[in-house]
Design a binder for this molecule. Structure first.
Ligand code: NAD
Length: 349
């Protein structure tokens, strides 16, 4: 498996180093033959090349089997599209899959839960990727700004299909469609209509529809009732930070950006400048994202041992949490590197 590694900004290099060590351990144990190529994107690339992502880097990633991208400080790029947006758009990574679960050693802030947010990743309000040309975040006059939200039938149908297919691989087979069709009657009405049509192809999956504002209340009240949550871009971005934090910490938030042919592992959170460079970051978010990438690659290439490696990583994460080998954000006292060493030790055993 050819993997491109871009460590990113802030805590990115710290958690990417741990993740690479974990991938090295499973590559050896499960004979995965993972070969990594290192490059730069984000602040380091802006400093060296004047661009957050060079066009030739996009081509290099397109030719590889997967991308591991550390979090990036997009807010500081002064309008320059960040690496996440560039790769999501260029590689058409339309499905952002963000699991949030509790573990026996980490019971969660509001009770046990095991759910997955399936977020549309290329349309919606995300002005950096929802237009073929130009930017949909527009200054009309010095005092008037508008943003355009794009919802398409095809984009809605393909994220719904990703959600229903995922639900079919899970025990409960339940999908919750989250929307705001009571106010955004046309755009979210179209989203819902497209999802309902896809739902008819999956009679074994039970479906419910919940308006986004009520959804956050339901999540806090009883997260255990949810299985797969399918929603549009911005709702999914916000809900998935909530569910990651409810599961214990944003630092547990794994995330895969997947398209028909390409996939990018990238933690759900940002570059956490408040803790960067201090060995405080929880590496499990990016480690779990990498496990998702292995699972995806195994399924796409018909090689079950990649799925076995993914499950071994998840088991090592669970064992570390149970044994108290954790960072501060999840109630532990270990540093990023120490947790990384504990994960590698368990995977090498
Ligand atoms: P953030 O997600 O970086 O941090 C929010 C809080 O969570 C902070 O207190 C941080 O310390 C904590 N946190 C995040 N990851 C953690 C981890 N692994 N371990 C322990 N604690 C963790 O959000 P922010 O501060 O609003 O954004 C910082 C930068 O990241 C901004 O430039 C933003 O644009 C960017 N960002 C990038 C992505 C991405 O690369 N996909 C996503 C979100 C934000």
């Amino acid at each position: 498996m050819q993997l491109v590694v871009l460590p990113g900004d802030g805590i990115g290099p710290e958690i990417a180093a741990v993740t690479e060590a974990v991938l090295g351990a499973v590559s050896q144990r499960f004979q995965l033959g993972i070969a990594t190529t290192h490059d730069i994107a984000g602040q380091a690339s802006i400093a060296r090349y004047g661009k957050a992502v060079r066009p030739e880097l996009v081509e290099q990633v397109r030719a590889a089997d997967g991308l591991l991208l550390g979090p990036t400080s997009t807010l500081d790029y002064a309008g320059e599209p960040g690496p996440s947006a560039v790769f999501r758009k260029a590689l058409d990574l339309f499905a952002n899959i963000r699991p949030a679960r509790t573990y026996p050693g980490l019971p969660g802030r509001l009770g046990t839960m095991d759910l997955v947010v399936v977020r549309e990743n290329t349309e919606g309000f995300y002005a950096d990727r929802n237009m073929a040309h130009g930017n949909a975040d527009i200054l009309v006059t010095e005092d008037v700004a508008i943003a355009i939200r794009k919802i398409t039938r095809q984009g809605s149908a393909r994220i719904a299909r990703a959600g229903f297919e995922l639900a079919m691989r899970r025990a409960r087979r339940h999908v919750t469609l989250v929307h705001k069709a009571n106010v955004l009657t046309t755009s979210d009405g179209l989203f819902l209509a497209a999802c309902r049509e896809v739902a008819r192809e999956f009679p074994e999956v039970t479906v419910e529809e919940i308006i986004v504002d009520a959804m956050v209340a339901h999540l806090v009240r009883n997260p255990a009732r949810f299985d797969v949550i399918v929603t549009t871009n911005m709702f999914g971005d916000i809900i998935s930070d909530l569910t990651a934090e409810m599961s214990g910490s944003l630092g547990m938030g794994g995330s895969l950006n997947a398209g028909a042919r390409h996939a990018m592992a990238q933690a759900a959170h940002g570059s956490a400048p408040d803790i960067a460079g201090r060995d405080l970051a929880n590496p499990m978010s990016l480690v779990l994202s990498a496990a998702q990438l292995l699972e995806w690659h195994g399924r796409a290439s018909g090689q079950p041992r990649f799925g076995e490696a993914a499950r071994a990583i998840e088991a090592a994460v669970a064992a570390c949490l149970e044994a108290g080998e954790r960072t501060h954000d999840v109630g532990g006292s270990q540093g990023t590197r120490e947790v990384g060493a504990a994960l590698v030790r368990r995977l090498a055993a």
